[in-house]
Structure formats: structure tokens, C-alpha cells
Design a protein around this ligand. Structure first.
Ligand SMILES: [Zn+2]
Length: 441
């Protein structure tokens, strides 16, 4: 099918969360995107009969907002599915660090970054917040690839001044060099293409960073108005080691709090085993958490009390954490998350509301956008927002001919989550521009 880039009008079944709450479902819907890639209209086709009559008709495909992946690792994408049942530290040493070290050759990043961004778009992800590698030249290559591809990308050079896999530079120079290279990347890429590209200062996690590096990285993020991302409270052994290495800190969250790392521009991945104090402090400081249930089960790190955190008011979005998670698809993350929370409910008891399928859609789109401070820009199909959207063919998730239909929006979303198919996303757009990746097969 010949799918357009902006400006265009598309007629399709629409499904989107709404900023004011609730969900819009239009069996015969229309989206109109203007020349600069903004949504002019998203609603019932009958309200705009003139545009509807000439629109590209994608029915019975479903048009919905693009997925927001709040936590992933670019260089690890080729490793998806590898390393099941290794513990975290073994997995890092055996699979992850050698892969990241290979990006010391910028030609590797040059070759791999374009298909990596295409693979995110192929599963419906239009925004990624991603960790990169410790090598600045490779990060430039990754940014160039994102710039050319069209995906919305917030990336960061990984910072590690303890236990680094980059053994070619003198340990004593790592901190200064890492801060300087991050600052240079911010200068070149933060806010590029009118804000489509952004920078996240990226200390990997407490065990690979000195207190000084954490502090300086947080200062850099604040002074440049960039994001700050890291990992927190993933694995019980890791938490014990953090307590040993940061004896002055009250707990894991306090390590980042003391560094000045908490706040509205911060996204921390995992946060599985928080104490009440830590949870309260994240909520109070407006810090966001990337919930990565597929990774958490793949690595065996634990099951986050998602319902309890939500009830406490924590800002949560979804992350694939590839390749800690084995699948870049946020639809798959929703499925594993839903199973994980049902499992937790049956083991631990009721901790809050059960999330229905439409709540998972919201978590993977608008909640993620809000966690990035982009809730007014993307995350739902509403007039005035930028046109980051995907088209999904629900036939890939359908049941047998003659089976009950999925006319109900919760049933439709249920099938897209629980019967997600790797090829069901047929097209993706950012600001109305078609992305390479979907519909290849
Ligand atoms: Zn991660």
C-alpha cells in the first residue's frame, strides 16, 4: 500500500488515550496531518466529510499513537533473546560489555545504528529514551542515524568511572573526559531538529560511578536542561552492593538524591524493590520510572509492585530494556507486564487496581510521553500535537473466522497485547514523516 508522508489525511479505526482522561475509539475515524507534521484533526470521519472522502483509507487498520520506549540500550538490540537465566553481573560481563566495547570502532556504530532505529519503528516505537555506549564517536554516529531515520530519540553516552569496560583510557582521566564528551554531545545534539532529538546525561548506575561522577553528571544535566537517566533498585545483590559502596547513603534512591539526580527531568529504570521511603521520595521529587517487566522477568530481578506504585502517585512509563528485555516491542512489554502483575496479585494480594488493556495502552504511550515532559507534544492523537502515530493491522491478532469480533475497544487492545504479532505494525510516522522499518515483511 502506498502510505503518505505529511501533509495527509488517513481514514482508519482510531484508538487513543486522551489527555483529559479516558479513551477515544472511532470505528470510522479520520486523522488530518498538516505540512509541518501536526495533527489538525483526530476524530469521527463524519465530522469532516470533505477530507474523509479523499483520505487514504486504511480501514480496517487501526491508527494509534506511537509507542514510547522509556528505557533501552541501543548497542544491545542485536543481542535480543540471548542470555536467559544469567544473573545480572554475569550477563553484563559475558554478553553486554563485549558488545558495547565493539562500538569503540565508530564504523560499527555507523553500520548498526540505522537498522537498530528501523527495528524500533518496525514494532511501533516512535520515541526512544536510550543508553548508548561510553564512546563519543559512536554516539555521534547514532545521532546521525536517528537524524536521518526520523525517529524521536533521546540518547546518552554511557558514563562509567568505576568498573568500566573501556580499558583503553587511564582511569584517572575518565571523569573529566566523560563529562567533557557528554557536554560536547549536548552542544551538538540536544534539541536538534526542533526538539526531535535530545540528550540524556547517562551515568550507567551507582555501581559503575563514583559519587563525584554522579554529582557532576547531575550538574551537567541541570545546567543544560537535558535529561538524566540511570538504573535503580533492579536486583537484590546489586542493592546490597550499593549499600556497601555508599555507606553514607540511606538507601539506593538516596545515592542519586545526594548527587542531585532526582527531579522532573530524570528517568530511572526498574525501581523494583523500593522501600516506602524511597517510593515517597521519588514521588515527592517528581522523578519518573521506566517500568521494564519483560527485562525484570528475563533476568529474574523481581516483579515491581506496579499497582502499589501507581496508587502512590509515582510517574511510570514502559521500557523494553533491550536486551535485558528480549523484545523491543512495547506491545510485548505490556503483555509480560500484565501477566507479571496478575502473578504478583495472586502471590502477594491486592495492592491496587488491576490494569485493563486500555490502561496498558496509556502506559505505553501518553504516560511515557508525560514522563519525558512531552505530554503536550506526543502520546495521544489530539489536535495540536505532533503526528507521531502508527498503523496496525488487527488481522494479525485476530481469532478464527466467525469468532466474536473485537468491536469493543478494550477487546481490540486486548488482542493487540495478548496476541501481538511482530509484523502487525504496518506503518509509523513521526511528525507525519514515514519511518523506515514497519511493513518490511
Ligand atoms: Zn537497562
Amino acid at each position: 500500500m502506498d502510505l503518505p508522508s505529511a501533509p495527509f489525511a488517513i481514514r482508519a479505526r482510531l484508538l487513543t488515550p486522551l489527555a483529559a482522561g479516558g479513551t477515544l475509539h472511532e470505528p470510522d475515524g479520520l486523522v488530518i496531518v498538516d505540512a509541518v507534521g501536526k495533527l489538525v484533526f483526530a476524530g469521527r470521519a463524519g465530522e469532516r466529510p470533505v477530507e474523509a472522502s479523499t483520505a487514504v483509507d486504511l480501514r480496517p487498520w487501526v491508527v494509534m499513537p506511537g509507542m514510547v520506549d522509556l528505557h533501552c540500550h541501543l548497542p544491545q538490540v542485536p543481542n535480543v533473546g540471548l542470555g536467559f537465566a544469567l544473573d545480572l553481573l554475569t550477563w553484563l560481563e559475558r554478553i553486554t560489555f563485549p558488545t558495547e566495547r565493539s562500538w569503540s570502532d565508530p564504523a560499527i556504530a555507523e553500520r548498526l545504528a540505522p537498522p537498530i532505529f528501523e527495528s524500533f519503528a518496525a514494532v511501533g516505537t516512535t520515541t526512544v529514551l536510550a543508553h548508548g555506549v561510553v564512546y563519543a564517536a559512536a554516539m555521534d554516529a547514532a545521532y546521525r542515524a536517528a537524524e536521518a531515520h526520523g525517529i524521536r530519540a533521546i540518547l546518552g553516552k554511557v558514563m562509567m568511572d568505576r568498573g568500566t569496560y573501556d580499558d583503553e583510557i587511564l582511569p584517572a582521566t575518565i571523569l573529566d573526559r566523560s563529562i567533557r564528551e557528554s557536554a560536547d554531545l549536548i552542544e551538538r545534539w540536544h534539541g536538534a531538529d526542533a526538539g526531535r532529538l535530545g540528550y540524556a546525561v547517562t551515568p550507567r548506575f551507582a555501581l559503575t560511578c563514583s559519587a563525584e561522577m554522579l554529582r557532576e553528571s547531575a550538574d551537567l544535566a541541570r545546567s543544560t536542561d537535558s535529561w538524566w537517566q540511570s538504573h535503580v533498585s533492579e536486583d537484590p545483590n546489586e542493592i546490597a552492593e550499593v549499600a556497601r559502596q555508599f555507606p553514607d547513603a540511606r538507601d539506593y534512591v538516596d545515592v542519586y538524591d545526594r548527587a542531585g539526580g532526582l527531579g522532573a527531568r530524570t528517568v530511572l529504570a526498574h525501581a523494583i524493590h523500593l522501600s516506602e521511603r524511597e517510593l515517597g521520595r521519588l514521588v515527592e521529587s517528581g522523578t519518573h520510572v521506566a517500568h521494564c517487566p519483560a527485562s525484570n522477568l528475563f533476568i529474574g530481578a523481581g516483579i515491581m509492585p506496579f499497582a502499589r506504585y501507581r496508587a502512590a502517585g509515582l510517574s511510570l512509563g514502559l521500557g523494553s530494556d533491550v536486551s535485558g528485555g528480549p523484545d523491543a516491542s512495547i506491545f510485548s512489554v505490556m503483555r509480560v507486564g500484565a501477566y507479571a502483575h496478575m502473578a504478583r496479585r495472586s502471590l502477594v494480594g491486592i495492592e491496587g487496581d488491576v490494569l485493563d488493556s486500555l490502561s496498558w495502552l496509556r502506559a505505553g504511550t501518553l504516560d511515557g510521553a508525560r514522563a519525558l515532559g512531552l505530554g503536550d507534544v506526543i502520546g495521544s492523537l489530539e489536535a495540536g500535537k505532533e503526528a507521531d502515530l502508527i498503523a496496525v493491522d488487527p488481522a494479525f491478532a485476530a481469532a478464527l473466522p466467525g469468532a466474536p469480533s473485537d468491536d469493543d475497544p478494550a477487546d481490540l487492545m486486548g488482542r493487540l497485547i495478548f496476541r501481538a504479532h511482530p509484523d502487525m505494525v504496518r506503518a509509523a510516522w513521526v511528525r507525519g514523516r514515514r519511518l523506515d522499518g514497519p511493513g518490511r515483511r
